[in-house]
Each structure stands twice: as C-alpha cells, then as structure tokens.
Write a protein that binds this ligand. Structure first.
Ligand code: C2E
Ligand code: CA
Ligand code: CA
Ligand code: CA
Length: 279
C-alpha cells in the first residue's frame, strides 16, 4: 500500500498481523543467524553420463534453534526483500571459496563449486570487487567457481548484466543459467549473455515418468538445442529416476544432478560419498 498521500489505507486482518509479526521476527532472526553460525552449506554432486563427478552445487541451510531447519525457498526471498541477502550471499561465497581452497591439496582438487547468486546480490555495487577479493585471498584457480543466476537478471538491465559477467569471467569465473525456461525471458537472451552452462529446471524433469515425455518437453529439446548451438554445457536438475536420466540423455544431455545420485549433504558426508564411489 502507498503511504505518501494517505489515500491507500490498509486494514490488517488479525492473521495478516500475525504474518507481519512473524516476518519481522524472522528478519531479526536472520541477522543473528550469521553471527551465531546457524547457516551451513550442503553440497550436491553433478554427475556425468559416464559417472564422473564434475563438481557440486552449494545450497544454504538454516538451522534455527527453535524452528529447526528452515527452507531456503522461504528465507532467501525474505532476505532478498530485506537486503540481508547481501551479507548472507557474501558468507556463502566465502564458505565456498574456503572449501575450494581446502580441496586444493586433495583428490578433490578439480571439483567445481556452483553458488546461487540472487539478482539483488549480483547488482550490489561492490559485488565484482568482493568476488575478486575472495578469489585472491583463497587463491582460487580459474574455472573452479561457478555462479548460478536466474533469468530474472535480464529484467533489470541487459547491458549492465553482460558487463558485470564479462568482468567476472575475466577473473576466471564461470556462469550457469539456473531454472531456464521457467521465467519470462525468451530463449534469445541466452545468445546475448555469456553463460557457460544451462541448467534444465527440475519442473521439466519431474513431469517425465515411466519413460514418457511430458507435453512441454519441446521446451527441453529447444533448450538443449540452443545450449549445443552456443557451445554451453548442460546440467539437468532434480533427476530422481533412471528413466528420467535416460530420457534426458536421449535428448542430448550428459550431466545430471538429483536424488538419483545424491542428496545435498554436509561436506564430510559428501566427501565420504565420493570416496566410496571412487573405490
Ligand atoms: P535451486 O537453485 O533451483 O536448487 C535446486 C533445489 O532442488 C534445491 O532445493 C535442491 O535441494 C533440490 N533438489 C536437488 N535434487 C533434487 C531432486 O532430485 N528432487 C527434488 N525434488 N529436489 C531436488 P533447496 O536446497 O531447498 O533450495 C531451494 C532454492 O533456494 C534453490 O533452488 C535456490 O534458488 C535457493 N538457494 C539455495 N541456496 C542458496 C544460496 O546460497 N543463495 C541463494 N541466493 N539462493 C539459494
Ligand atoms: Ca541453483
Ligand atoms: Ca535450479
Ligand atoms: Ca529451482
């Protein structure tokens, strides 16, 4: 509701009030969560058709002392609205870089880490400098850190987006287009933005069961065709069944992420999982 002219009066229903209070409480809790180390990253592998693990996606978890595990699908949008995403996002990037550095001296030295970046975070004025600082501090080799962006990024300013991406690519970062095909933008944006990879959204994957393609599979075929045309890599997310992998493979996809291979898990569990596979 507009406030300036006073014309827009908004009456809160009791349950709306409760919701507002709850949001406010959660916003405050988010601020404390960073200081009290209630966040953690979990890692989910990206696996090729041949079974090789190329890297992981880092996903944030919030272990709230009273509420238990709070889903990022809930608190990330809240943090985006309140602006807290900038501090949370910085923490996520710092953790991911620290993890890459730890893996440098191990068998996992060539694993990539993909980090989800909110649009608001991407456009913060010091974002490029902040990332550059982390890469330098943790001595991250080029190509190991990947940023996942959603197509809503182009709603703001396409030229600015391209410029920022080019600056970051010059530092050795790679970019993945997340959730492609689910938003507002057209397929043609992919040709104008310097993405290295496209992720096929789990919405499409979920719809294919028992070896049957859903009606909107033409979109998946189009995404795969465009990715191949522009020389981008492809990762399908949300792959839970072998039959889904087979359908994706038949359409030209070679890399997968999903419960079929592993759930997102804390780093020691992930390392254990990978050791077992490699034995
Ligand atoms: P996303 O980037 O699309 O991440 C994929 C989501 O699918 C994750 O949910 C993951 O746990 C889930 N998933 C993976 N494999 C499967 C599967 O086989 N089946 C099903 N049903 N689900 C699967 P999660 O971890 O709850 O994250 C939800 C969303 O929250 C993410 O969607 C992303 O948009 C956002 N998010 C998570 N971590 C971060 C972060 O560090 N920063 C930002 N900005 N956003 C984040
Ligand atoms: Ca993602
Ligand atoms: Ca996604
Ligand atoms: Ca998604």
């Amino acid at each position: 509701a507009k406030q300036a002219d006073g014309n827009d009066v908004c009456f809160f229903e009791p349950d709306m009030l409760a919701e507002v209070e709850q949001r406010f409480a959660l916003e405050q809790a988010l601020t404390q969560a960073l200081q009290q180390q209630e966040f953690l990253l979990v890692y989910q592998p990206q696996v090729t058709e041949a079974g090789k693990v190329l890297g992981v996606e880092a996903l944030i978890r919030w272990q709230h002392p009273e509420r238990g595990l709070v889903s990022p699908a809930y608190f990330i949008p809240l943090a985006e609205e309140s602006g807290q995403i900038e501090a949370i996002g910085r923490w996520v990037l710092q953790q991911a870089c620290q993890q890459l550095q730890r893996w440098q001296q191990t068998l996992f030295a060539d694993l990539t880490i993909a980090v989800n970046i909110s649009v608001r975070q991407f456009y913060q004025p010091d974002f490029v400098d902040m990332v550059a600082g982390l890469l330098q501090h943790y001595r991250i080799a080029p190509g190991l850190l990947k940023l996942e962006l959603t197509e809503s990024l182009v709603l703001t300013d396409l030229d600015d987006a391209v410029a920022r991406m080019q600056q970051l690519k010059a530092l050795g970062l790679r970019f993945a287009m997340d959730d492609f095909g689910t938003g507002y933008s057209s397929l043609s944006y992919l040709s104008r933005l310097p993405f290295d990879e496209v992720k096929i959204d789990q919405h499409f994957v979920r719809e294919c069961r028992d070896g049957h393609k859903p009606k909107d599979w033409v979109i998946v075929d189009a995404i795969i065709g465009i990715a191949n045309t522009f020389g981008m890599e492809l990762v399908a997310e949300g792959v839970e069944y072998k039959s889904q992998q087979q359908l994706l493979h038949a359409s030209g996809c070679y890399c997968y992420q999903g419960y079929l291979f592993a759930r997102p898990q804390p780093v020691t569990d992930f390392e254990h999982w990978l050791h077992q596979r490699q034995l």
